[in-house]
Ligand binder design. Structure first.
Ligand code: FAD
Length: 830
């Protein structure tokens, strides 16, 4: 088997060794700079609270597996997880409401959870101040991870299985031969390796730097304190129990004041996120001392009492039993934050054999380790980990300024009630399209993704709302779904469906794949035959070997050896780049260049029944249906501007994506805007776009479908060419799958009352039982009803009646035949 070196013997590194051993790997070395009995990283002092539920299905499932695994590790009659349950209390009406939303997430992701009254909270947790608590959310399977103990037991178990552990051994460099890593340097010499996995926790930045990889994590100190003995807990004999087992009360969260609690025998442990962010540079902490102990380890910084004062006051209010105690011991403990709060898992595109598993909480540790072990063993994690991918960040998000600012924000907001559309105030305006100045003139309200500013709607269209016909009049929304929403979007959708609108499509990823090997690599990676003639557009899927979807892309053939790819994420770029390089190594004469041209180009989507009237007069090429049919493209000159016109539409209307290089962008905008004005053209934003996308049933990768789904269940079999002769990744698996009846399906739902909004991720009930969950949702302005896409059992068929739970309320919905709008594609093919 291949030689694996894991850097770091914290909860992640040791779990990874264990997961690999259980999959038959037998040449594993774990290198740890600290002493193995207490390495001194974040794990060594982690209080180990595991609240499993989050808005993310992935993170919840990673946590759920961690709980299962820690429950299975046992010694001397004690497991490594104390399932005391988790209680989150609300002390404000807003939090009480939000717990209902959270209860919905738990139901969606299969975690048993119960909303409980104030009385029940008090019964479960008698130390609570019953005048403050309004209610709670109880999750019986949450509890305390005995992380340091689990680490030791995993070291013991995997050592017996042949894993070598080298304590007191810092990795000082990483060896490579070309693009492949070949080993790690230590003061004792080089340890050869085929695979090196950095599980170095908050030292990840330093490890990444050894191979030129920017690791976007920020180490931050976070305060944790223990009280003196609590009289109310006296009398329990817990001294003989391992730390973590010495607790009976549920783990407790008081998020309104950014606090959490656990019991340590007769004492309380208090964690606080309300203090100022305290960034740390790992390399400044010095070498891990020879003798690490509870008080003396690199991840444990001096307690700053004044930062903790508000926490202590609030704690004594919530838990009056603590008024008779003092802070016995406190520290500022270091762990990692990232720009979007997710972990970092995977490999950089320019290196072979180097992986990271960092910025991982104890909560998700075994789950992340299993995911990586599965990726290394079979090429795929059974839990979709796209949102953890190291390669998910854009270049602009990898620099220290960005990571420092956003990492700190995530620390501050960690317990805040965040709307799914919530926007950060800073950093903003990192990437703007060439149309930005014009969009501002039109009162664009911008949302940010991947550093790009994208118009969500335009205030300039406000007056159109008054002229909407009755069937298009926007319905009143509840206060939550009304946030970050404007009825102007309805007017923008109306104009697009009935007249014509222009959309800024610049932020969508565009890559150029060129060279004599381009056809070969695209043919090998996609589900379609892309050997079509230049000038054609193909919507196709990227699969893994298991036939599951790892991306959906548009392949636009510009010339024999030049393709432009319309893609979703930076991860798609990393994948294409890596695969192109792999292929080039196999056939050296057939070079392939993969270039990200997103920022050097820009794109306007011009869509609506009058699109041809706008362009007809200024185009040098025939834009009739015959001259430029659907899913074809042409180079053209529009009023002197060189453009590529691509006949496709996410919104389901006649029109083109019109693309030019960045320096021509503003002129292109002005040209189309002027040419369109006499025909009633407006600029329209992403909010209207999303609504129309759902009406057409176009899936969003990463939200509607992921690596957990195959094309048949996801409802995109049309993107698979059943007659494709050449082999492609996932072909054999697809052939096996194509004969099976899907056990689940992505379905289109509409809300029966025509007005109750849902925003995504809500649980869906069938016959009064949770049967699935919503992926994405929007109000369908054309059809006059809210739309939700949802994963449901295969047996729930079209016409079926389901209920969606939104903040504890059931909303009736119907499973629809797709597409909801223009299923015959007449609007697109005219
Ligand atoms: P670590 O445990 O830090 O392990 C990384 C290891 O890599 C270290 O042992 C280090 O010595 C080693 N290493 C680094 N560089 C090198 C090198 N060059 N050569 C060799 N070895 C190297 N999480 C929860 O889920 N629940 C909680 O309640 C919770 N509470 C927390 C409270 C506090 C105060 C803090 C600070 C963190 C808390 N966390 C909690 C977070 C959690 O502790 C960490 O996210 C987790 O322990 C990280 O595990 P790890 O294995 O990735 O990193």
């Amino acid at each position: 088997s291949q030689r694996v070196v894991i850097i770091g013997a914290g909860i992640v590194g040791t779990n990874l060794a264990d997961e690999l051993v259980s999959r038959g790997w037998n040449d594993i070395t774990v290198v740890e700079q600290g002493p193995l009995h207490m390495p001194g990283g974040s794990t060594s002092h982690a209080p180990g609270l595991v609240f499993q539920t989050s808005p993310s299905k992935t993170m919840t499932h990673l946590a759920r597996y961690t709980v299962e695994k820690l429950l299975s590790i046992e010694k001397d009659g004690h497991k490594c997880f104390n399932q005391v349950g988790g209680l989150e209390v609300a002390t404000t009406p807003a939090r009480l409401e939000d717990l209902k939303r959270k209860h919905g997430y738990a139901s969606s992701w299969g975690i048993d959870a119960r909303l409980v009254s104030a009385e029940e909270c008090f019964k479960m947790y008698p130390h609570l101040n019953n005048e403050m608590v309004l209610g709670g959310l109880h999750i019986p399977t949450d509890g305390l991870a005995l992380a340091a103990r689990a680490t030791q037991l995993l070291i013991e178990r995997t050592s017996k299985a042949g894993v070598r552990y080298l304590g007191h051994t810092p990795v000082t460099g990483i060896e490579r031969d070309g693009r492949r890593v070949t080993g790690v340097n230590t003061p004792g010499g080089t340890i050869p390796a085929d695979i090196v996995v950095s599980c170095a926790g908050f030292w990840g930045v330093e490890l990444g730097a050894m191979v030129g990889v920017d690791i976007p994590l920020l180490p931050l100190a976070h305060q944790y304190a223990k009280t003196t003995a609590v009289p109310a807990l006296a009398g329990r004999d817990t001294n003989s129990l391992p730390n973590g087992m010495n607790a009976a009360l549920p783990i407790l969260r008081h998020q309104d004041k950014r606090l959490y609690y656990r019991e340590h025998g007769g004492q309380y442990g208090i964690g606080y996120y309300g203090h100022r962010p305290m960034p740390v540079v790992a390399s400044s902490l010095g070498l891990t001392p020879k003798d690490v102990d509870e008080q003396n380890m690199p991840s444990r910084l001096e307690f700053t009492t004044e930062d903790f004062d508000p926490a202590w006051k609030e704690t004594q209010k919530l838990l009056p039993a603590l008024q008779d105690t003092e802070i016995a011991d406190g520290f500022n403990g270091v762990f990692s934050f990232t720009p979007d709060g997710g972990p970092l898992l995977g490999q950089p595109s320019h290196l072979d054999g180097f992986y990271v598993a960092e910025a991982v909480w104890v909560t998700h540790s075994a789950g992340v380790a299993r995911a990586l072990a599965q990726i290394l063993t079979t090429g795929r994690s059974e839990i979709d980990v796209s949102e953890c991918e190291l390669s998910r960040f854009e270049e602009v998000q990898l620099n220290r300024d960005y990571v420092t600012e956003t990492g700190q924000q995530n620390f501050v907001e960690i317990y805040d009630i965040l709307h799914p559309l919530q926007q950060r105030a800073s950093p903003r305006n990192l990437r703007v399209s060439p149309f930005n100045a014009r969009q501002r003139e039109l009162g664009a309200v911008f949302f940010e993704t991947g550093g790009w500013e994208r118009p969500w709607w335009y205030e300039a269209n406000k007056d159109l709302v008054k002229s909407l016909p009755p069937s298009w009049k926007p319905v009143d929304r509840d206060a939550w779904s009304a946030q970050l929403h404007s009825p102007i979007s309805a007017a923008e959708a109306w104009k697009t469906r009935n007249v014509v609108s222009m959309f800024d499509m610049t932020a969508f990823h565009r890559f150029e794949v060129s060279g004599p090997g381009a056809v070969g690599v695209l043919q090998r990676l996609t589900t379609s035959d892309i050997t079509t003639k230049p000038g054609t557009v193909t919507y196709t899927l990227l699969l893994n070997d298991h036939g599951n979807i790892r991306g959906d892309i548009f392949v636009q053939r510009l010339e024999d050896d030049v393709f432009q790819i319309g893609a979703n994420t930076a991860t798609d770029l990393a994948y294409l780049t890596r695969e192109a390089q792999v292929q080039e190594q196999k056939s050296p004469g057939k070079w392939i260049q993969v270039r990200d041209i997103t920022g050097s180009t820009c794109c306007i989507g011009l869509w609506g029944p009058r699109a041809r009237d706008v362009i007809g007069g200024i185009s040098t090429v025939d834009v009739s249906n015959k001259g430029l049919p659907y899913f074809n493209l042409k180079k053209a000159i529009l009023a002197g501007i060189p453009v590529t016109m691509i006949r496709k539409s996410y919104v389901g209307e006649l029109g083109w994506e019109i693309q030019t290089s960045a320096e021509n962008g503003q002129r292109l905008w002005d040209t189309i805007y002027q040419a369109g004005k006499p025909h009633g053209l407006i600029a329209a934003g992403r909010s209207a776009f999303n609504s129309m996308r759902l009406e057409k049933g176009y899936r969003t990768y990463g939200m509607d479908m992921t690596t957990e789904h195959n094309p048949f269940e996801a409802g995109v079999p049309y993107a698979v060419d059943a007659n494709k002769k050449d082999d492609f990744v996932g072909k054999a698996a697809l052939q096996r799958l194509s004969g099976q009846v899907p056990s689940r399906r992505l379905r289109a739902l509409t809300v029966d009352d025509g007005r109750s909004m849902i925003l995504g991720k809500e649980p869906v009930f069938y016959n009064d039982k949770v049967a699935g969950y919503v992926t994405t949702a929007a109000f369908g302005y054309t059809i006059g009803k809210p739309i939700a896409y949802a994963w449901l059992p295969g047996g729930v068929s079209e016409g079926g009646s389901v209920e969606i739970e939104y903040f504890g309320k059931r909303i009736k919905a119907t499973v629809e035949v797709e597409s909801l709008y223009d299923p015959g594609m007449n609007r697109l093919n005219q």
